[in-house]
Design a protein around this ligand. Structure first.
Ligand code: ACM
Length: 626
């Protein structure tokens, strides 16, 4: 649904809007703009410009017509004219504005006009995003001929990104997301100034892109048997069972998606996994693996190390396959890089394969890691022959990095550090700070996944490690793997607000980090997500339960919160805690009454419950410290 339709819909459903949502967005109690990511320089002065439904958008040059249309659409259809005047002016600077680069902008607001000035249309687009966020999250009254969309404070803003790579990854293999859902994600990303969407298009659980020269990849590889249970605990395909879950993008759909993304200054980085994570391809063409066995596309059941999901580097037919697939992929995606995966390649079947052993011998390779390196180097040549650069997960360092490869560091920062020191380009995406498929609150009340990454930790992510030449760090990326994300609604829950934190890490100056300010801006932006009916998590309001053991082995519980200003109440007596229950005093270590069954905890702010009620059986707390 388009944003403005949603606004109008929510207005008619909600009726009168509360006064706390009214006025200018800077009024979040701190005289600051609630813009994410935090702009580089903001000067606020007195007065404001009121944007009305009959305010005109002026485009100073033809190259800005698309940006003008985008702005107009976001605000319900403002009139667009060429030239300049007393409305919102989009202006490519006659002389280069120093210091803001190709994505930066200046936003000058007086009570007579708004000017967004940039060197390139991308900068104008980002200036528009800032302006949109400066409006209050709801329209006060959209009835009648003449209504206000809100006031924006008179101000001078100068802004530009810290990194040129501001990415998010969506895994469309483990669960399939429609083109419309991916477009919706692109809209959401663009609003927070992300500029790269990595689509994880292939894996063991599904192949999601039409390859005309290899039709089985989608006829067979795009489909698996339907399952809804816990990932890795699912029942394997039964004999004769129909593969009905899945889907793929046709090449026409991909072209349309790439265009849609480009209009929002988002590049799509396709990822085609090789040599590991290739079971969907091998289920389609069994000759691609070392063992040559027939397999089914995996539905989320255990198979790793049992079924042969790695492409065989010993056979020439594998490289013929790669050439065909990457020829078509290179044609479809204009972005300079293609991601080849390269992670978690199981090499057990290579060791038993006579072709692999022969290949290793011929090329003087001492082990299977060097054989993987041989594979990636050949793949790099294939990509370069199609005018593309190779990027892969940090395992591509093992056995020797391909000469021009870029590295996406996920197992930590170390791979990225090693690659940067060897003068290769790096994107930092460590699971410790950037894996937004992890839990963001207590596992007792969150949908099941694995590992923990709370909002406050994401906000501490620093993509440039000490001692590394920052010119090799292209930027960073958050990754949404979707083993446990079966719907787009849940993808949104995992993305926001953690991706607010990533957006700020990737765009704003390192020295502008300010957690309390970020929390205030986050709370304001969550209203904006409400307005657009975008789902998000409020887990950052929840209590953090930290069990430990004393020297005698007795269980102790400490409690904490991610944000300041919350009161924590708890019970051990099987009642629901509220503000009359025991108040937790920061730093206390609670001992557990001898026969307590369940520990319950909730947070309050200003006398109102705000966090989720968390109930954990004491036996589960004991397991957490074993
Ligand atoms: C990865 O998470 N295996 C890149």
């Amino acid at each position: 649904m388009k944003t403005i339709t949603k606004i109008l819909l929510s207005l008619s459903v909600a009726g009168i809007l509360t006064s706390c949502d009214a006025g200018k967005n800077q009024e979040n109690g701190n005289g600051e703009l609630s813009v994410i990511p935090q702009p580089v320089n903001i000067k606020i002065s007195t007065g404001s410009f009121e944007i009305k439904n009959h305010t005109t958008v002026y485009c100073k040059s033809d190259s800005l017509v698309n940006a003008g249309k985008y702005l107009s659409q976001q605000l319900g259809g403002l009139e667009i004219k060429s030239g300049s005047g007393g409305g919102i002016n989009l202006i490519i600077a006659d002389e280069e504005v120093n210091g803001i680069g190709s994505e930066g902008y200046k936003l000058n607001i007086t009570n007579r006009r708004i000017d967004i000035i940039a060197n390139e249309p991308a900068g104008i687009f980002y200036g528009i995003q800032t302006l949109l966020q400066m409006l209050p999250p709801v329209i006060l009254n959209s009835s009648g001929q003449d209504y206000s969309l809100g006031e924006v404070s008179c101000s001078e803003i100068e802004d530009y990104p810290r990194f040129k790579w501001r990415g998010l990854l969506l895994d469309v293999s483990r669960h399939f997301f429609t083109i419309d859902e991916v477009k919706e994600l692109i809209d959401q990303m663009a609003a927070y100034k992300f500029n790269i969407l990595q689509l994880h298009l292939t894996d063991d659980q599904g192949w999601r892109i039409e390859i005309k020269s290899m039709p089985e990849l989608t006829d067979t590889g795009a489909w698996r048997v339907p399952r809804t249970g816990l990932w890795w605990d699912r029942e394997p395909p039964k004999d004769g069972e129909k593969a009905t879950y899945g889907g793929f993008y046709t090449q026409e759909e991909i072209k349309d998606l790439v265009k849609y993304a480009a209009e929002r200054y988002v590049n799509i980085l396709p990822e085609i996994e090789a040599p590991g994570h290739s079971l969907a391809a091998i289920a389609s063409y069994p000759y691609l693996s070392s063992s040559g066995k027939e397999y089914k596309v995996n539905p989320g059941s255990k198979f790793y190390g049992i079924e042969d999901n790695s492409l065989c580097p010993g056979k020439e037919t594998t490289f013929e396959y790669l050439d065909k697939v990457f020829s078509e992929v290179a044609e479809l995606f204009p972005f300079e890089y293609i991601h080849i995966g390269g992670d978690e390649c199981y090499k057990g079947f290579w060791e038993k394969c006579s072709d692999c052993r022969a290949r290793a011998k011929e090329n003087g390779l001492k082990d299977m890691k060097e054989l993987q390196s041989y594979f990636v180097k050949r793949l790099e040549k294939i990509l370069e022959s199609k005018g593309k650069k190779l990027i892969g997960w940090d395992e591509i360092l093992e056995g020797g990095l391909a000469p021009n490869a870029a590295v996406m560091s996920w197992r930590g920062m170390e791979g990225g550090i090693a690659a940067a020191k060897a003068q290769h380009k790096v994107v930092m995406s460590p699971f410790s700070h950037a894996y937004i498929d992890f839990y963001q609150g207590d596992p007792a009340v969150e949908p099941p996944t694995y590992a923990m990454l709370r909002l406050n930790k994401v906000y501490t992510f620093e993509p440039v490690p000490e001692g590394v030449d920052s010119s090799y760090i292209l930027g960073g990326q958050g990754n949404l793997w979707t083993e446990s994300v079966p719907s787009f609604r849940h993808a949104e829950y995992m993305l926001w607000p953690r991706s607010f934190a990533l957006s700020e890490v990737f765009w704003s100056p390192a020295n502008s980090r300010d957690w309390p300010g970020f929390v205030r801006r986050t709370e304001y932006n969550l209203k904006r997500l409400n307005q657009k009916d975008i789902n998000y998590s409020t887990s950052f309001y929840d209590a953090i339960i930290e069990p430990s053991k004393d020297e005698k082995g007795n269980l102790l519980i400490q409690l904490d919160t991610e944000i300041d200003g919350l009161d924590i109440y708890y019970t051990f007596d099987n009642t629901l805690p509220d503000h009359h229950s025991q108040l937790y005093i920061k730093g206390d270590k609670l001992t557990i009454p001898a026969d307590a069954d369940t520990f319950r905890v909730i947070t309050y702010r200003d006398g109102k419950a705000i966090g989720k009620l968390i109930a954990v059986p004491v036996t589960d707390l004991v397991k957490r410290v074993q």
